[in-house]
Design a protein around this ligand. Sequence first.
Ligand code: PEP
Ligand code: MG
Length: 572
Amino acid sequence: MTLLKGIAASSGIVLAKAYRLIEPDLSFEKRKVEDTAKEVERFQVALSVSKDELEAIREKAKVELGEDNAAIFEAHLLVLSDPELISPIEDKIKNEQVNAEYALKETADMFITMFEQMDNDYMKERAADIRDVTKRLHAHLLGVQLPNPSMISEEVIIVAEDLTPSDTAQLNRQFVKGFTTDIGGRTSHSAIMARSMEIPAIVGTKTVTEDVKDGDFLIIDGLKGEVHINPTEETIASYKEEQIRYEEKKAEWAKLVNEKTVTADGEHVELAANIGTPDDLEGVKNNGGEAVGLYRTEFLYMGRDQLPTEEEQFDAYKAVLEGMDGKPVVVRTLDIGGDKELPYLDLPKEMNPFLGFRAIRLCLEEQDIFRVQLRALLRASVFGNLKIMFPMIATLAEFREAKAILEQEKEILVAAGTPVSDEIEVGIMVEIPSTAVLADQFAKEVDFFSIGTNDLIQYTMAADRMNEQVSYLYQPYNPAILRLVKMVIDASHREGKWTGMCGEMAGDELAIPLLLGLGLDEFSMSATSILQARSQIRGLSKRDMVELAEKALEMRTAEEVVAEVKRVTEEK
Ligand code: PEP
Ligand code: MG
C-alpha cells in the first residue's frame, strides 16, 4: 500500500478502481520497407481493428449517451471507409516504400491542412475527425492502447497528469466517481469542475500517474487530500466507516436545503453557486443555491472545434435563467486565456498567459466574438433575472467600453423589435488589485462587484495560482487580501451597491467568518459547499464576526489571522 499526499480539491471519500487517462506516446520513425505488400496488409489490419473498435464504441454510446452523441463515431467510421483517404495511404506505402505509420501521417496531415483552410465549418469539423481517426490507427500500428473514457462501464477513479476543462466535461458522471492528478491546485479548472460534478478529487500529487497502474484499487480522501493506492483491508474498512460518517453529516446539512441563510443574530446573506454548464443546475437545486453567482461561460466555447453560435449560446443562457426560476443569475462574459485555451482561436503563445491577452482584453479586441455573446445574453434576458459581469477589468476605460458595446447591441435588438429586459444589472469581477484599490470610483458606475479571489490573490501576492512551488504565498487570509476585500465591500455599500465573492475563498470554512464580518453580501461557491456553509453561518453571530474581522485587518500575518478565526469560532 502507498499513500500519496496532494491538494484536496473536492471533498468526499470514494473507493474504486483506477482508470489511467493518459495520452500514450505515438511517436515513430520513418522507415524504408522492402515488402510493401506486407506493410499494406499491416495497415489493413490496423484499419479493420479500428473499425471494429469504433463500431463497438458507437453502439455503446448510442445506448448510454443517445443517438446525437454517438454521431461523432459514425463520422469517424465514415472516414475509415473513405477510399479518398485510404487509397493514397496504400499507394504511398507501395510507391515510396515507406512504413505505414509514415504514409498515414503524411496523407492525413495533407487532408487536415486542406480542410482546416476551408472557409466552411462543416469541412473544418472533418479535419478534426481525420485527426482523431489517425490517432486510433497509429495506436494500433504501434501496438499502443488508447484511453477510451467513453467505454468506461464500471465505477472508476480517473488518474491523469492534468484534466483539461474539456476532458472533465466529457467524463461520464455515472461511472467516474473521483479523480486525481499530478498537477494543479485548488483553483485550477479541473478542481473547480470536480466540485461542480460533486466528485471527490485530489490534484497536485506530482507522481500519481507514475505510482498508479490501471486497475489498482484506490481510496480518494477529498477531506484530507490523500490518495491510498492498494490499501490494506483494514484501511478499506475504516474508510468505509468514514464514508458513512461523512454521508451522515451531509444528511444533516441537507435538512437546510430550503432554509434561508441567516446568522445566529438574524442577518441574511445570499449563498449562490458557481456553475460551468446548464447541467450544473441540478446540483444548485439539490444544494439549495439561492442564486447563480458565477456562470463561467467559457465552457461553452471549449472542447469543440469552433466558436459556439449565437443560437447555441442563447439556448444555454435561456436554460439557466429559466432553470433558476427568477432567482438571480450572474453570467460572466467570456474569460479565455490564462490556463483556459481555445485552440481554434489560434492565439499566440505568451510568456505570461495570466498577465496577457485574456478575458475582457481579448473580447474588446475581438469584438465579433464578444458581440455574439452579448446578443445571446440580451435575448435570453427576458427569461429570468440576468446580471452580466465582465471579467478581469483593470481600468474604468475597459468597463466603459464593454458597457458601451453592450448598450449598442441592446439598441440594435430593441430597434429590430426583439424583447430585452430593462432590469439587467451590469457589474464587474474584481480580480486585479488596481480595481480593488480604485473600487470607490468603480462603485459609482457599476451595479455590483464580484470579487474573484482566485486571481486577486495571485496578482496581489505575485504568486502563480497553478505553481505548487509558490503555493505558500497563496494566502487568502493575509491581511493584505482582507484589506482589499474590505475596500471593495465598503466602496460598494457607500454607493448603495452590493458585493459578492465568486473565488474559492467564498466557500472556505475559515474565510467565511471573516467575510461575514467584512460585510460580504453574496457568497458564491461550488454547489456542494453551500449546505455546509449555510450550516456554519447559522451558528455564527454577525456582531461577533464584525469584531473578528476588525481585529484581523490589524494583524500582521495570515497565520495570526487563522489562529484568531479558529479561537473565536471554536469558542462558539
Ligand atoms: C476568480 O478569479 O476568482 C474567478 C472566480 O475566476 P476564475 O477562477 O474563473 O479565473
Ligand atoms: Mg478569475
